[in-house]
Design a protein around this ligand. Structure first.
Ligand code: EPZ
Length: 432
């Protein structure tokens, strides 16, 4: 049965208030699950978000022969990849989950072979894998593509270290080869590496388990290969807070809250958003692990900006859609320049139908003229970040909205409607 959200808008009035806690980062948890393949034994994780993408990644480990189960609650996960008996990523799941590509590094490094489906494009863009193919070859593997499948074999069954330079910074590319280097013979150097906090966290948990990784969080990461890892002591790996979920809630607060405090966060991971909101005139209070925002009243105008997405620590592309909703409220002409993905502005057509003044200049740039009021509409969630942006827009719009295709939202936000109701949003999940 398909479900959809029904949201009653506040007609531009700031009605939300209270506190909302951020959960563990989707884009960290998914990679730690993949990293279990590097271990000689199970790994225990906590603060794991209970979301569809995590369930799918655990399904891949199980269907390949590993075990994955929840501990005392859905946020505690134990993964043991030792039972994996195949080198083929489960196609029906892998081709729908781009993140599954990070499994290729550990599998190839551990078992000498990996077969995986081309992860394919999605609404935000083509999602090529050329960096992966080239880097596997540099580490001593042969790559054969037959149809939609890649078959990668390490010569003599073992990868060797190599010097890799990524023409474009790639988050999953960096993570895949950081993990491959952990079991390759010799030294691997990744240059022009992505610097996301989730990569630093991944390197930290691997180093705590016997890996030798230096430079995570900088453009050059060096990995000295060794033997399979072991989780030390009884402490579970605690997943780093989700900076994208945190940022989405802050934007919601800036639009629709009398006062909203977002807790369980690491403000240092949100500097770009904090600076941008502050520049626009949004009132923000910062504490060590929380941020409080207030929507500015009618009198106080929000400044328009040129928003340019950029690899970390620049403005995150995953916050571009929620931010664009806020820009409809800014007094003047803003431009959104999505530099990373070529298909990540298509959702703005739906904002236009809600009443936003949006002009698509090309597939990377839109102009937003404000302030405009938004009216509720029936919308389809094209991907998880635009889907949440539609929820944010619907909460402040006049009238009711329906948001369909909400599996896309459940992929990355746990029980989102329940959590938003606790701060005053009028949102219900309905069975179609
Ligand atoms: C990761 O995607 C995240 N996904 C994305 O979050 C995020 O938007 C993106 O990084 C950028 O921050 C996960 O971590 C699972 P890229 P990823 O490889 O790694 C080009 C979400 O909503 N490229 O960093 O797939 C590519 O076309 C998702 O949680 C190549 O050219 O993104 C893009 O232009 C959406 N060749 C650029 O690099 C390659 O072989 C950055 O993509 C690989 C990538």
């Amino acid at each position: 049965m398909s479900q959809y959200f029904v949201i009653r808008g506040s007609n531009g009035k700031p009605t939300l208030s209270g506190e909302i806690a951020v959960l563990g980062a989707k884009n960290a948890a998914l990679k730690a699950i993949a990293a279990s393949i590097l271990f000689d034994g199970p790994i225990r994780m906590e603060n794991v978000p209970d979301i569809e993408d995590v369930s799918r990644m655990l399904d891949i480990i199980r269907t390949m022969g590993g075990t994955a189960e929840h501990g005392r609650d859905a946020h505690h996960v134990l993964v043991d990849a030792r039972g994996i008996m195949t080198e083929t990523l489960t196609p029906e799941i892998a081709k729908r989950l781009r993140a599954s590509i990070v499994l290729t590094g550990p599998l190839l490094a551990r078992r000498g072979r990996v077969r995986f489906p081309f992860p394919g494009g999605c609404v935000i863009g083509e999602r090529p894998v050329d960096l992966f193919v080239e880097s596997f070859e540099k580490m001593g593997a042969t790559v054969r593509r037959s149809g939609k499948f890649f078959d990668v074999r390490a010569k003599k069954g073992k990868l060797h270290g190599a010097e890799l330079f990524f023409r474009t910074q790639s988050v999953t590319g960096t993570e895949t080869f950081l993990m491959a280097g952990v079991l390759a013979t010799g030294k691997t150097v990744i240059k022009n590496a992505a610097m996301e906090p989730e990569i630093v966290w991944l390197a930290d948990i691997l180093n705590a388990s016997g890996a030798h990784i230096t430079g995570a969080g900088t453009p050059t990461i060096t990995i000295i290969g060794g033997k399979p890892l072991k989780q030390k002591g009884s402490k579970a790996f605690r997943v780093v807070p989700d900076r994208i979920e945190a940022g989405s809630f802050l934007v919601l607060g800036a639009l629709a809250a009398k006062e909203l405090t977002v807790t369980n966060i690491i403000p240092e991971h949100l500097e770009s958003l904090i600076e941008t909101l502050g520049y626009m005139g949004v009132a923000i209070e910062r504490r060590s692990n929380s941020l409080t925002v207030r929507a500015s009243g009618r009198a106080k105008k929000l400044l328009p900006i040129v928003l340019k997405t950029h690899e970390y620590p620049g403005f995150p592309t995953d916050l571009q859609a929620p931010m664009t909703v806020l820009l409809t409220r800014a007094a003047g002409e803003s431009m959104v320049f999505e530099t990373i993905f070529e298909g990540r502005l298509n959702y703005t057509e739906s904002l236009g139908r809600m009443g936003a003044n949006v002009t698509m200049m090309d597939q990377h740039r839109v102009l937003i003229k404000g302030p405009t009021r938004l009216s509720g509409k029936r919308m389809e969630s094209p991907d998880l970040r635009a889907g949440l942006a539609f929820v944010i827009a619907a909460i402040v719009a006049s009238g009711n909205s329906e948001i369909h295709n909400i599996y896309n939202i459940d992929r990355g936000y746990e029980r989102i409607e329940e959590r938003l109701r606790t701060i005053g949003a009028r949102i219900e999940r309905v069975e179609a």
